[in-house]
Design a protein around this ligand. Structure first.
Ligand SMILES: Cc1cc2nc3c(=O)[nH]c(=O)nc-3n(C[C@H](O)[C@H](O)[C@H](O)COP(=O)(O)OP(=O)(O)OC[C@H]3O[C@@H](n4cnc5c(N)ncnc54)[C@H](O)[C@@H]3O)c2cc1C
Length: 493
């Protein structure tokens, strides 16, 4: 019997290629070239391949970014298997820039980020993987959307598509993240957590939903997409200015503009609230437009000149850390259902993702899911009631995005999170089309419960990190549970 893989970003394609080594595969995705975060990834992919670097050092940096919530076993798998993933990418036709010499990126203490096509690494990976998958005779493509999972006696047995059904011995969800529930986002429009909603409907556990990584400097021009203004600009000397033209970062962190991503994002959000606007001034960087052509083009599309104008910026939702809870082989809490890539929560990122680790996660755990033996994933027993309907009613996407931008962003509070939940449950019936409202509601509920600040979750009313909260929040239709930081170890059946 076949495997069904849903989603054709890096995780889905890689899972399908490996699953094809053990049997036939149907790959369900509307259009592999469009609608994925993989296609937008600019920075690169991390792996300890340079002389003097080691997977253990990569693991240390990953754990430091994760703010006490990384699962060491998942991080060990990620970093140890990274060089093998890069090697296999090369064998499948991927060509890295500068002969594969890695570069340095924020949070990494060694040169370990590989690029392709300048700032088009994701597109290059997608091209290589789509070509490989098209050559694989055991992979059959279905350009459709999955709208439900089929369950028989407690086990997932296939998927319902828009026009048909597919039976399978296992379904691997690789449908990407949910930053599309935000209006201000850097990712694709359709990344609204459909995979998480499909898994939720068959009783699977979701975890760590309160942790969202916000990119600090996205273009802030109404009517324009929130295009990234890469952190490398600040690395080269670009400075942040308030509406009055004054620098402000020194008051938040001695590292100024080079402080970690979450610190800069919070500072910008606060100063925007205080003064109305924040600008990134890159005018002093020599040849800035030639050195950053993608950014210069995004600015030009908004009528701005990177070389002469301070550019308005604001934080935007960039990476969805939480997702479907899985073990290290990608198995969810429901037999027959697996997940990998941004839709999954395996424990590698903890409360905050280290830059360039997510394409890597998609490959390392895509392969593991593709090859996973049959068997049960983790089991979870919730101990506290859900405190709301198991599926909020259907709210129009624009209402969800408005509420997410207003209440679920960089700076959260009890009051705002309560308001978000009430906005999200009113609306039409819960009928399976409301993935954005469901995911946003669960995010708001998880963030309301976590009375501390950590990684990608900041509460203005609980600004400190609290040791007792060094736990993962897990949720199913039955209610909430908490798991210790070494999540997978606690989940062994
Ligand atoms: C602007 C930007 C820049 C980034 N830069 C980097 C970087 O430099 N390095 C890095 O490591 N990470 C980066 N990331 C993050 C990284 O790109 C993603 O985490 C990663 O690509 C996710 O891969 P994925 O395969 O899990 O999901 P995706 O690539 O998002 O693919 C999801 C797929 O699922 C399909 N799908 C969704 N729902 C359904 C459904 N119901 N039925 C069928 N198909 C469905 C979609 O159409 C798509 O094909 C960046 C992200 C963004 C937005």
């Amino acid at each position: 019997m076949q495997t069904v893989v849903v989603g054709a970003g890096a995780a889905g394609l890689w899972a399908a290629l490996h699953a094809a080594s053990i049997g036939p595969v149907t790959l369900v995705a509307p259009d592999p070239a469009a609608g994925s975060s993989t296609a937008l990834a600019q920075g690169g992919i991390a792996a300890a391949v340079a002389e003097g670097d080691a997977p253990s050092a990569h693991a240390e940096d990953t754990m430091a970014a994760g703010a006490g919530l990384c699962d060491p076993r998942a991080v060990d798998a990620l970093t140890t298997e990274a060089p093998l993933a890069i090697e296999e990418l090369r064998r499948r036709g991927m060509v890295f820039d500068e002969g594969g010499a890695p570069t340095l990126e924020g949070g990494h203490r060694a040169r370990r980020v590989l690029h392709a096509g300048g700032d088009a690494t994701g597109r290059a990976i997608l091209r290589a993987l789509v070509a490989s998958a098209r050559e694989e005779r055991r992979i059959h493509w279905r350009p459709e959307r999955a709208v439900a999972l089929l369950v028989d006696r407690g086990r997932v047995r296939g998927v319902r598509l828009e026009r048909s059904e597919l039976e399978s011995w296992r379904v691997i969800l690789a449908t990407g993240g949910a930053t599309g529930i935000f209006g201000r986002r850097t990712g694709p429009d359709r990344a609204t957590g459909e995979g998480m909603a499909l898994a939720w409907d068959v009783g699977a556990a979701l975890a760590d939903l309160e942790f969202v990584q916000f990119h600090p400097t996205a273009l802030d021009v109404s009517g324009q997409p929130a295009r990234l203004l890469t952190e490398a600009l600040r690395g080269e000397g670009a400075v942040l200015l308030d509406a009055g033209g004054e620098r402000f970062m020194a008051r938040f962190d001695p590292r100024g503009e080079l402080a970690p991503r979450d610190v800069v994002a919070r500072a910008i959000a606060l100063v925007r609230d205080e003064t109305g606007k924040v600008y990134l001034d890159a005018i002093s960087i020599p040849n800035v437009a030639a050195r950053f052509p993608t950014v210069a083009a995004s600015c030009a599309a908004a009528g701005l000149d990177l070389a002469h104008d301070p550019i308005p910026v604001a934080p935007a939702a960039h990476y969805f850390t939480g997702g479907i809870l899985t073990d290290l082989e990608g198995r969810s809490t429901v037999p027959g259902l697996l997940a990998c890539g941004e839709v999954a929560c395996i424990g590698v990122h903890g409360a905050n993702r280290l830059a360039s680790n997510s394409l890597l996660e998609a490959l390392v755990f895509g392969r593991r899911a593709g090859l996973a033996p049959d068997g049960r994933g983790p089991s979870v027993t919730p101990t506290e009631p859900l405190g709301g309907p198991p599926r909020p009613g259907r709210a129009p996407l624009e209402r969800v995005r408005g509420a997410a931008d207003r209440y679920l962003g960089v700076r959260r509070s009890a009051e705002g999170l309560d308001a978000a939940r009430s906005v999200l449950i009113v609306g039409g019936p819960a009928d399976g089309t409301n993935a954005p409202a469901l995911v946003a509601w669960l995010l708001a509920a998880a963030a309301r419960r976590r009375e501390e600040s950590r990684g990608g979750h900041f509460r203005v009313d609980f600004p400190r990190t609290v040791d007792a909260w060094a736990v993962h929040q897990v949720v199913t239709r039955e209610g909430w549970g908490k798991l210790p930081a070494a999540m997978q170890a606690a989940l062994e059946p």
